[in-house]
Write a protein that binds this ligand. Structure first.
Ligand code: COA
Length: 373
């Protein structure tokens, strides 16, 4: 696949917009139609018909990994991977004591070697769930809860997090979330994973790099600030004045805007539906909806030339809060699911891709005093 830059001019000073960096069979984002296809399925249909293990198997098949376990074999392999990762938890908790959860997860994943017998995607998925749950509990002064290798992945994560079983509705909601965010085209973290994979550095290195890209507030770090915003607004009578003041001060409203989607992010609707079912549309959800409506109106007024709509982080925040996921852990839970997509992209990149090595245009001084380009 070629990268269409014209000569040696910058493809875009503002972030490689519209540059095609890879061919992929994994997912497709149509930003004008508000459509997301993952491994041949519309995201709404995938979330309604597959659990997380099903999405992992679909992504592996799409990546051309014919021998990857699926069905019961995948469920068992993930269970074994969680049990293996639990042995690393005491060391991780020492290393990551006091660190934010996502930084703790970054430390934990980097403890895994790039060379190992078990398939990389399964090792990483198992470890991410175990480490995130243990780090959350440690932050509250609680001891880690051992995984149950027989349980489903989402179910076991909630159990390890809380120390008690989750309800069927909660497990369904977490599965819907994890399936929906399992992959999303050539976003910043996936591109990072593919750049690292293209050097043949190994899957664990690629995924640690991807997590570093994910954690920024302009990518996967927005949900925490969405909840902070809802809390700061506090009550209905403050909504409009709070938003107006924030926009007048040049702030970005977290949970709104997207580089590719110019209409509503289809994942926002999957999460809105899931959280409405889970909470029976409680007051927090109704408040979030009122803030959303007011924020869209305020953005249209403040940025009349921009097409800014709700992105998935907005209802991610509300859904994961309803599931009792600590605010500081939302990005790690996103990563737990997105590892499915990242590792599939790594497999695809290693199978068909070349070293990714773009050009830059030198605009600095020349030793002979020549003017910059
Ligand atoms: N709130 C207020 N203004 C916003 C905005 C937001 N959420 N998103 C974009 N804008 C404004 C920008 O300030 C810019 O205004 P300007 O032209 O007056 O400078 C204009 O809209 C275009 O924004 P731009 O930065 O070119 O868009 P982008 O494609 O680079 O940004 C995001 C996409 C996601 C980084 C951006 O929308 C954002 O910061 N959103 C909030 C964070 C968030 O929700 N992240 C999760 C993404 S899934």
């Amino acid at each position: 696949m070629t990268i269409p830059v014209s000569g040696l001019r910058p493809a875009s000073a503002s972030g490689l917009d519209n540059v095609v960096a890879a061919e992929t069979r994994l997912s497709h984002v149509d930003g004008e139609a508000g459509r997301l296809i993952i491994a041949g399925h519309d995201v709404e249909e995938l979330a309604a018909t597959h659990d997380f293990e099903g999405a992992v198997a679909a992504l592996c098949a799409a990546a051309g990994l014919d021998q990857a376990p699926a069905g019961e074999a995948l469920r068992a392999a993930l269970g074994e991977a969680r049990e293996a990762a639990f042995a690393l938890v005491p060391g991780l908790l020492q290393l990551a004591a006091g660190a934010p959860i996502t930084e703790g997860l970054r430390t934990g994943l980097s403890l895994l070697g790039d060379e190992a017998d078990a398939p990389d995607h399964i090792r990483l998925l198992g470890a991410a769930a175990v480490f995130t749950a243990a780090l959350c509990r440690a932050a509250e002064g609680k001891a880690p809860v051992a995984p149950d290798g027989q349980a489903g992945h989402a179910e076991d994560f909630l159990h390890m997090l809380r120390g008690e079983p989750a309800s069927a509705a909660e497990i369904d909601a977490l599965n819907a979330y994890m399936v929906t965010v399992s992959d999303h085209g050539m976003n910043a973290s996936t591109f990072t994973a593919r750049v690292i994979a293209a050097t043949r550095a190994g899957t664990v290195s690629a995924i640690v790099g991807a997590l570093c890209a994910l954690k920024g507030p302009l990518h996967g770090g927005a949900p925490g600030p969405v909840l902070d915003m809802l809390d700061e607004i506090g009550a209905r009578e403050n909504i409009e004045s709070w938003l107006e003041h924030a926009l007048a001060g040049g702030a970005r409203l977290m949970g709104f805007g997207h580089r590719v989607y110019k209409v509503r992010d289809p994942r926002a609707d999957v999460f809105n539906k899931a959280v409405t079912i889970l909470t029976n549309g409680n007051e927090r959800v109704r408040f979030a909806r009122d803030v959303e409506v007011a924020a869209l109106a305020a953005l249209r007024k403040a940025k009349p030339g921009s097409r800014i709509d709700t992105n998935m982080e907005y209802y991610t925040a509300v859904l994961l809060e309803a599931l009792g996921i600590p605010r500081d852990a939302v990005t790690s839970v996103f990563a737990m699911a997105r590892i499915a997509g990242w590792t599939a992209h790594v497999m695809e990149q290693e199978r068909v891709g070349r070293l990714i090595r773009p050009q830059s245009v030198y605009v600095g001084p020349w030793p002979d005093g020549r003017a910059a380009a």
